[in-house]
Design a protein around this ligand. Sequence first.
Ligand SMILES: C[S@@+](CC[C@H](N)C(=O)[O-])C[C@H]1O[C@@H](n2cnc3c(N)ncnc32)[C@H](O)[C@@H]1O
Length: 267
Amino acid sequence: MAEIVLLDDLEDPRLRDYVDLRDVQLRLRLEADRGLFLAEGEKVVRRAIESGHQPRSFLMSPRWLDGLADLLDASDVPCFVLDDASIEKLTGFHVHRGALAALQRPELASPQEVLADARRVIVMEDLADHTNVGGAFRAAAALGFDAVLLSPRCADPLYRRAIKVSMGSVFWLPYARVEDWYTAPDVLREAGFTTYAMTLAADSVPIDQVPHDVERLALIVGSEGHGLSPHWEKSADHRVTIPMAAGIDSLNVASSVAVACWELRSR
Ligand SMILES: C[S@@+](CC[C@H](N)C(=O)[O-])C[C@H]1O[C@@H](n2cnc3c(N)ncnc32)[C@H](O)[C@@H]1O
C-alpha cells in the first residue's frame, strides 16, 4: 500500500520530480536525466499504471485520495499530499484533474521489434509540437494503426502535454525512434512495408486512390513548418495527398494523420 506522506515544505527533495511543469526545456532535461515521465489527471494516471508503467510516486491534494484509493492500495511508492495552492506553486500551474504521478521512463523497443507484428504504421518526422504528437497518436490508435516510428528530433510522446492530448494512447501504441534517420526508408522496406509520403507536392496522388489491399503500409508525415524532408520525398515508394479546397494550404499534421488513417485503415 502506498505510504501517504503529508508535506508542507516545497523545498523537500522528494518533490523534485514535480517542479516547474510549465518550463518545457527544464522538464525535458530533468525527465531525461532522472529517467521519468509525468502523468496528469486521474484518468491518465490510471491508464499509465494499467498499461504496466511503474510509478515512482504520486502527488495530489487530499480530496483526490479517495478516487485513486484502489491504485494507492495496490502500490508501494509514496503518495505526497499537499494543499492545492502549494501544488500550484510547486508545479507552476493549476492541476485541474487532481492527481499527478511520476513514473519510470521505459526502455524503448527497437524499430525492428515495433514493426515485427504491425501492418499499419505512422512515421513522424521532426514534429516539434507535443500537442500534435499526442493528437497523432490518439488518431492512429483510434483508427487501428499498430505502431509509430519517430525521427530522432521528433517531440517526446511521454512529455506531459503529449500524454494528455493522446488520452494515454502513447502508453499502449508501440513506438520506437530510428536513431540513424537516413536509414529509415530502408528499415521499413526491409520489414516489408510499402511507404507512402504524405505531402503537398503537386505530383502526389490523391489518398483515396491508394488500394485497400496493401498488406503492410507506412504513412510518413512531416514537420509543422517545413513538411517532409527531401530525403523522404524522394525515397518513399509513393507520394500521397489529401486534396485541399482552394485557398487552403494544408491540414494540421495531427488532422492529416486522422484523415489518412481512416482512409488507409486495415479492412
Ligand atoms: C502543416 S503540414 C506542413 C506544411 C508545409 N508547409 C509543407 O509544405 O509541407 C505538416 C505535415 O502534415 C501532412 N499534411 C498536412 N496536410 C496535408 C495534405 N493536405 N495532404 C497530405 N499531407 C498533409 C504532411 O505530411 C506535412 O508534412
